[in-house]
Design a protein around this ligand. Structure first.
Ligand SMILES: [Mg+2]
Length: 224
């Protein structure tokens, strides 16, 4: 293993879990509270977008212009306040097939596991808590680090080195995600990406998006 992969970065939504629309519901409650308006964020956003990007889209639809930083901060805070409740109550919440056993196996084999997610750091932990998956991850890059997925992936890489206590070369990282945005961000950061066809993107879509490897689900294991 020393010559091979050291750290593996996992996307959350559509890769490890699906929240069954808990994020969308939390946004709806937040817009209801702050603006008294019904906003369906799922019709405005796309998979793999960061919380800031999603919040900005929703706000733009409400105020009819680019939101200010303060307006966005307020919505992000409000969304986060509702999220524990909507995740807990979500009937469609589930852990992706093979996730728990794969993470257990990887940890046992000595890999360092991290998160790369457009969710804020708190939001990411709230979403994983219901499935008791937080225990696997020792670092990450999040939507609260940057609104740009490419940048937050780079943050995850630098945090991995801090957690590891030494430099890790880019070839020793692997990213795992379910959308073209994960692949784009991983490549922009200089690391390889495994596409998992467990949500909207098929194996073909992920290949077309440039995935270095493609698997049908986490139960197939990673190409290590
Ligand atoms: Mg995803």
């Amino acid at each position: 293993m020393p010559d091979g992969i050291i750290a593996i970065l996992f996307d959350i939504d559509g890769t490890l879990i699906t929240s069954g629309g808990a994020g969308t519901r939390a946004w709806a409650l937040a817009f209801e509270e702050v603006y008294g308006m019904k906003v369906d964020i799922s019709s405005l956003s796309d998979l793999g977008m960061t919380d800031s990007e999603v919040g900005s889209k929703g706000l733009e639809s409400v105020v009819g212009r680019k939101p200010t930083g303060i307006e966005l901060e307020k919505m992000l805070e409000c969304h986060l306040r509702y999220l524990p409740q909507t995740v807990e109550e979500s009937e469609g919440y589930r852990v992706m097939e093979g996730a728990d056993s794969l993470l257990t196996a990887l940890i046992t084999q000595g890999y360092m596991l991290g998160l790369v997610s457009g969710n804020s750091e708190k939001g990411a932990h709230i979403k994983l808590k219901r499935a008791n998956l937080n225990r696997f991850f020792s670092f990450g890059g999040f939507g609260s680090d940057s609104a740009d997925r490419r940048e937050l992936t780079k943050v995850a890489i630098s945090r991995a080195e801090i957690a590891f206590g030494a430099q890790i070369s880019l070839e020793q990282f692997l990213c795992v995600g379910d959308t073209s945005r994960d692949i784009d961000a991983a490549h922009a950061a200089g690391i390889k990406c495994v596409g998992v066809a467990t949500s909207k993107y098929s194996k073909e879509d992920l290949k077309d998006a440039g995935a270095d490897y493609v698997i049908g689900s986490l139960s197939e294991g990673l190409p290590l």
